[in-house]
Design a protein around this ligand. Sequence first.
Ligand SMILES: [Zn+2]
Length: 169
Amino acid sequence: MKTLLALFFSFFYSTLFSQINLLRVDSWRDKVQAALSIVLLNEPAIFKEIVAKSTIQSGDLKEAGYAAFCDVQETPTGKILWIMVGLDELNKSSQMEIASIIVHESLHIQNRLHDEPGRNWGNFTYKEKQREHTQIYNYELAFLKNAQASNDEIAGLKRLMRKEKIPIF
Ligand SMILES: [Zn+2]
């Protein structure tokens, strides 16, 4: 985790998203900014509660086997919220799909903020993970529909849900 973090470089983004630290890679700037606008428009509460307080960064997560992940780090001065999006995802995903990934990770963060101390994703059982993912993926699916994602984008998420054995509501 620490090695991974060292690879990242964050910076102060723009006035609209001034609280958000975002990766500094120019080719993704427009796509990620558009994704953040989609989240702000469709999920203003999640945006204000989580996304605006998070450091959004990217790195090569291929070896870790993740598309994205998040973390809440306890520090003496408070909690640091992280959302990590894999380079692969940034390259291949649409702005809508990136928005959906950010919503997904924000919901994990929201749950972690309400967890009892000592509980974290790493010590969840498979059943606990599936329970949380059933809630999150279905929320994400509703988000895509509300945000008027394309049929392909919606079908892509459903495909992933079936692969992960998540019931679709
Ligand atoms: Zn997840």
